[in-house]
Design a protein around this ligand. Structure first.
Ligand code: ADP
Ligand code: MG
Length: 167
């Protein structure tokens, strides 16, 4: 069995992402693979590529405009071709309970795809993830570790692996 599939059977997948375009492609593959109602955590230090990945997700679903980290507003809602996507950046969240003030629970109860940058800042107030994506520097590119936490996450990860490896 190839090493990549071996790690995948354990609900994990590690891959190198050599440039920005490849990060956008990975986001697109997640959009292709994931159910419309899902929670995705994005870990990684500043500049690791979290927002670039989200741009790939949104582009694939049909969003044409810019995608910026909602660093000050904490959440940016998108409605694209009947899909609802909430892009969170919790970097500036001082206390997880502040999520209440931006109506966090309402977002999570909807049939939406929630992409959450800096989920550690919202610990205890966030729904558990279907997938966790851990991005790190592997210069000049990046490395991604994708971990599935739910049945839906495992199924999506299988499709992501197939899409990535088929390229
Ligand atoms: P974050 O949201 O994690 O802070 P960004 O998505 O804003 O990071 O990306 C920071 C920079 O890294 C951007 O200039 C982006 O083009 C670049 N970048 C993203 N993914 C990659 C990659 N796989 N390889 C090289 N550069 C990347
Ligand atoms: Mg960002």
């Amino acid at each position: 069995m190839p090493a990549v599939m071996e790690t995948f059977t354990q609900g994990r997948y590690e891959l190198l992402i050599n440039n920005e375009d490849a990060m956008v492609t990975l986001g697109g593959n997640l959009a292709e693979a994931m159910q419309r109602r899902a929670v995705v955590y994005l870990h990684g230090e500043l500049g690791a590529g979290k927002t670039t990945f989200c741009r790939g997700v949104l582009r694939h679903l049909g969003h044409q405009g810019a995608v910026k980290s909602p660093t000050y507003t904490l959440v940016e809602p998108y409605e694209v071709n009947g899909h609802r996507i909430y892009h969170f950046d919790l970097y500036r969240l001082a206390d997880p309970e502040e999520l209440e003030f931006i109506g966090g629970r309402d977002y999570f109860s909807e049939a939406a795809l929630c992409l959450i940058e800096w989920p550690c800042r919202g610990q205890g107030e966030l729904p558990s993830p279907d997938l966790e994506i851990i991005l790190s520097y592997h210069l000049p590119g990046r490395k991604a570790n994708i971990v599935a936490h739910s049945e839906a996450g495992k199924q999506a990860l299988g499709k992501i692996v197939a899409l990535q490896e088929g390229q």
